[in-house]
Design a binder for this molecule. Structure first.
Ligand code: HEC
Ligand code: HEC
Ligand code: HEC
Ligand code: HEC
Ligand code: HEC
Ligand code: HEC
Ligand code: HEC
Length: 269
């Protein structure tokens, strides 16, 4: 117990973080202390610091300099930065043994390591429609590259974010003869990948999902079309007022092929 040094928050960390981050870090410290005390398989392990890991894992440490999680900058007074061990647990026994799999935490197997700091995510993945992360069928690292420069896989470009999704969801990948340009703004413009109260992880359960992009301010299009009282749908010549009463935009007979279609430019099927 006396060996445990409470991770010290550096000046950079404090400057970097607002109140939210602050909270996150405090939770992080609790998590880390727990992982020092708890793991049965690593009795007596202590922090050795990121530079130790670099000797054998340059693949991970080389990219880590720019990684989101490097900014955690949790430093131990004796060994310096301990960013790796924030997720992998204290590594002294692992380093001394020159490797091994039972003396180090591998978060791929369980999201618990991530929940220690990202507390809100446990709640999101418990929502009625969510990726089966809690069941262990999908892992945080299927979508996040934690060692790279940006924890969200690929460069910030949305296209590569979509690729993260379509490597599993091939049906939505296309190419389609008639593409829905909404996909250019990312799958996340309609889905919350961490979870949602709406089915299919949709960000909204009704026409509002579509109207966020397709609602033209009442007036302009209405005037163009000579319609009165139109909540006109953008990019269409048809008055949708009555149709919106009868169901979802993507329900039967309407725009079922919401991701893209090979036969209908109106994305009907
Ligand atoms: C945000 C949490 C997190 C941080 C910080 C982190 N890792 Fe990892 N690490 C993971 C996860 C999750 C996996 C399993 C998935 C994977 O291989 O990407 C992993 C896997 C690994 C592996 C096994 C790779 C393999 O091919 O099996 C090594 C080695 C490793 N990390 C070393 C490091 C080192 C060294 C650092 C510091 C530079 C570090 N990690 C920082 C989460 C983290
Ligand atoms: C002296 C070399 C050495 C050092 C130092 C070292 N490792 Fe490793 N590490 C290895 C080897 C070798 C393996 C492969 C183990 C195996 O397959 O048995 C490994 C495997 C791992 C794995 C994958 C475990 C798994 O479940 O597959 C992780 C994670 C890891 N190391 C993290 C770290 C971290 C974090 C540090 C710094 C605290 C560190 N290592 C320091 C040699 C080292
Ligand atoms: C020790 C606490 C801690 C742990 C453990 C941790 N994170 Fe983080 N994570 C943070 C903090 C703090 C940030 C905010 C950093 C930033 O905004 O750049 C963050 C940011 C992120 C981001 C957003 C990155 C970005 O560039 O916006 C992702 C994704 C992420 N973490 C995933 C994970 C995953 C997956 C795991 C488990 C393998 C994990 N984290 C474990 C503290 C942690
Ligand atoms: C199915 C893919 C997927 C899985 C699984 C996933 N994420 Fe994410 N995550 C994303 C995407 C996509 C974004 C970017 C969201 C955006 O830009 O709206 C993101 C954003 C984040 C962020 C930054 C924004 C925020 O919501 O705070 C964090 C932190 C994060 N994820 C943590 C995690 C953790 C921890 C896990 C595992 C418990 C996890 N994610 C599992 C796809 C995923
Ligand atoms: C590692 C593979 C994998 C990745 C990557 C992935 N998913 Fe999934 N997705 C799944 C699995 C598995 C399910 C659950 C299927 C089930 O419950 O039958 C699922 C379910 C879904 C569902 C709900 C389907 C339904 O019938 O309720 C949506 C929507 C979805 N994913 C969107 C996304 C988005 C958006 C991304 C990218 C941010 C993504 N997925 C990344 C594997 C993945
Ligand atoms: C314009 C909004 C929108 C965008 C963008 C979007 N989706 Fe969807 N997605 C939907 C709607 C609406 C449904 C529900 C369809 C239904 O219930 O028939 C759905 C359903 C799904 C399903 C479940 C399919 C099924 O057969 O039940 C998956 C998986 C999915 N989307 C993945 C993705 C992926 C991956 C992307 C990005 C490449 C994406 N979506 C982009 C609106 C969208
Ligand atoms: C992120 C913004 C966005 C969202 C959300 C969105 N769309 Fe779109 N949609 C577009 C864009 C951009 C176009 C291309 C418009 C153009 O080319 O004039 C488009 C085109 C269409 C078209 C083809 C119209 C035509 O005349 O060619 C249909 C049909 C359509 N969307 C239906 C939907 C439905 C149904 C939803 C809800 C499930 C939805 N959209 C949600 C952005 C979006």
């Amino acid at each position: 117990m006396t060996m445990i040094t409470r991770p010290r928050l550096t000046k950079t960390t404090l400057l970097f973080g607002g109140t939210v981050l602050w909270g996150l870090l405090l939770i992080g410290c609790v998590g880390i202390n727990r992982s020092i005390l708890a793991p049965a398989k690593v009795p007596g392990a202590d922090y050795v610091g990121t530079k130790e890991c670099a000797q054998c894992h340059s693949d991970q440490t080389d990219h880590f300099k720019n990684a989101s999680h490097d900014k955690l900058a949790i430093a131990d007074p004796k060994v310096g930065a301990t960013g790796c061990e924030a997720c992998h647990g204290p590594g002294s026994l692992h380093a001394k043994a020159g490797g091994g799999i039972n003396n180090i935490v591998n978060p791929k197997k369980s999201p618990e390591t991530c929940f220690a700091c990202h507390v809100d995510k446990r709640g999101q993945f418990s929502l009625p429609s969510a990726h089966p992360v809690l069941a262990g069928k999908v892992s945080c690292v299927d979508c996040h590259e934690v060692h790279g420069s940006d924890a969200i896989q690929g460069p910030a470009a949305l296209e590569s974010m979509n690729e993260t999704c379509t490597k599993c969801h091939t049906a939505q990948k296309g190419p389609f003869v008639f593409e829905h340009s909404a996909l250019k703004e990312g799958c996340v413009s309609c889905h919350s990948p961490h979870g949602s109260v709406n089915q299919k992880m949709l960000v909204a359960r009704d026409a509002n999902l579509c109207l966020r992009c397709h609602l033209e301010s009442p007036g302009k299009l209405a005037a163009d079309l000579g319609q009165i009282n139109a909540n006109a749908i953008a990019h269409t010549n048809a008055n949708h007022n009555s149709r919106l009463m009868s169901g979802n935009c993507w329900s039967s007979g309407c725009h079922e092929a919401v991701h893209g279609s090979n036969t209908s430019n109106f994305l009907r099927y």
